[in-house]
Design a protein around this ligand. Structure first.
Ligand SMILES: [Zn+2]
Length: 157
């Protein structure tokens, strides 16, 4: 089997992450950098055959490689160690971003907390509720009327 590889580093030491052929469709797997809000900077490995659907985050991909014996012994230990380190770092970065975003939101959002609804809003909602009840009652009324009329028309026959 021919296997090309991506390089990742563990404390300066290079760890090879093999790019295997997709287990489903035999197309080459490639690696990408995520740029979504929740996973910014995360590496993932994906079959380039779109509809196939084989993909994993780096750590899960390496675990897959170890489980299927693409990586063995020290290579496997090093690769998992490096991926776990990077996962921890990415999670820390994400927490830090969330913390900073929270501070920024605090600066720009100075509404007093504790009274999420004003008296006027509450009254408006109550009023709306009453109106809906009236509509419901009117509908029930006309439904009953229909039933009665239907009943009468049956009796007449
Ligand atoms: Zn595939």
């Amino acid at each position: 089997m021919s296997v090309s590889s991506a390089m990742s580093s563990l404390g300066g030491r290079a760890v090879e992450v093999p790019l295997i052929r997709c287990p489903h469709c035999r197309t080459r797997v490639k690696f990408y950098l995520s740029n979504t809000d929740t996973h910014e900077g995360w590496l993932f490995y994906k079959c380039i055959n779109g509809p196939c659907g084989f993909w994993h985050w780096e750590l899960e991909y390496i675990v897959y490689l170890v489980e299927h014996r693409f990586l063995n012994g020290n290579e496997a230990v090093d690769a998992i160690g490096a991926a776990e380190d990077r996962r921890e770092q990415l999670l820390r970065e994400r927490e830090e971003r969330a913390r900073l975003a929270g501070i920024a939101a605090g600066i720009y959002d100075r509404r007093p907390s504790g009274s999420p609804m004003t008296k006027q809003q509450a009254d408006a909602l109550l009023c709306l509720g009453r109106e809906m009840l009236l509509v419901l009652k009117a509908m029930m009324g006309s439904f009953l009327l229909l039933c009665v009329m239907f009943g009468i028309s049956l009796l007449k026959k």
